[in-house]
Design a protein around this ligand. Sequence first.
Ligand SMILES: [Zn+2]
Length: 321
Amino acid sequence: MRWSSPWLVLFALSAAKSGVEEQPSPDKLEETMRVLSGEVPLEGQPLRSRNIHHPDHPRARAWLRSRLEGIEGLVVWEEPFEAEGRAGLGNLIAELPGAQPDRPMILVGAHLDSTASRTDGWDPTVDEAPGADDDASGVAAVLEIARLLAPETLASTVRFVLFDAEEEGLIGSEIHAAAYDAGEIALMLSLDPIGHNPGGAGYLWISFDPRWPSAAEAVVSSGERLQTPLVMQPVDGSLLGANSQRSDHAPFWSAGHPALHLASFPQPPDYHQVTDTLDVVDVAFTASVAALVRAHVRDLAEPMPDVAPRASTPERGGCGG
Ligand SMILES: [Zn+2]
């Protein structure tokens, strides 16, 4: 399932069509997902869970921060908070400063925490929650998109955000969304999860708020230009009831910011189970979603000619600038 070969061929063809440009690497995505889901050790010890109540959560967060800091050109900081009696939580933010800082920003996000709350008798403080699909797939894609975009000079600022405590009720994204003023965000994209591809069908759900219907259509247009193998399905979030609120885009909608929820479809049976391990993830599918999001962010952020200067270090006082 992980390496459905027809899908890999489609992905390779799609990458080749877009010229010599480097595409998201399935190997790099898989390496990240292996560490996050505990399949390989991190400094000698596997990450058994990224749940906020588990002792491995701080190690996961620290590693992700170091991954973001390892990408040249990004300015990285944390947005710390406490929740459910736990200190030491917080969103991780990495900014690629735009050459025209007055333009509205683009946010690409996924959540760094995990859960296995649908597993009988699961104890978040001791039991595992590999969360390979949900949402290590999204986190791996955010890191890979950041790596590929960082060498470019874009007109708009792009922020890569790894939200904490999503599984506890969108706590990190509530805090982050509240930091922006009206008009400050051109688009926020939540990638959550983007690893499940049953039968190689390639369905990608793009849930939009009808206040900004063209946001989803614009992603489809980017995908068509890219000749993506994905089957992109815009879905009107206002018709989904509570299901429309199940990821980090929701607080942005509530705060009046354009946002989209990108997710693989249908939801896997391993959702929020200890069985959400790497063998339920189709890494080539995740790579295709990363390629689509990278292309769309570029379409929105507008690459500048090579001679354009990059803006200096952004203000760090608050997320909203
Ligand atoms: Zn999730």
